[in-house]
Design a protein around this ligand. Sequence first.
Ligand SMILES: [Zn+2]
Length: 205
Amino acid sequence: MYRRDLIICDRCQSINKRLPLAAKEEARCAECGAMLYSSDVGLEYKILSWSLTALVLFVLANIYPVISIDIAGMSGSLTILEAISRLYDEGFLFVSFFALLVLVVFPFLLMSFLFAFSLFAVAGIEKEAAKTLLLGVSVIRRWSMLDIFFISVLVAMIKIYEYARIEFGVAFWALASFIVLEILLVRMVPVGQLWDVWERRYHAA
Ligand SMILES: [Zn+2]
């Protein structure tokens, strides 16, 4: 049975009662003193501004080339979408389709859903739509894989570093910043905390 009023300590597994917090307060375990959760008052404003920034970065990351490579006078540059369409042209249908989903469609939907959710929550409107958006976020958050793509690009760079001149484009830095925001927004904020925002915004009123 799931009880929202109780919380288990990650460190000592003792059960604590969940209490409402004021701004900037944090709850600690009664047994061992480990931090259980912190006040998320204002989390919706943070999500609103960060997801909007992430969407702008996402557009930049997709319209400009990620890298430009110069090997012995032969140069070329590639955007994320060009890389995916090249995979398609070379016959990797499934891989290119999967890449399109996890590198373009899902990251974009994830940030759009977070943006729309926080916009509705801040305005206190569209209760049911906000709920649907949160359900969408819980499903999609595992399927945004731009961070893995970024690391693979870096690994590939190391391999050709010795005999190529590499220039990182605008999209490279936009992508890096997008990933930092995604980690802060999605990986560091548990979905439960978003549901807390939803309850606070729509039930308290
Ligand atoms: Zn504890």
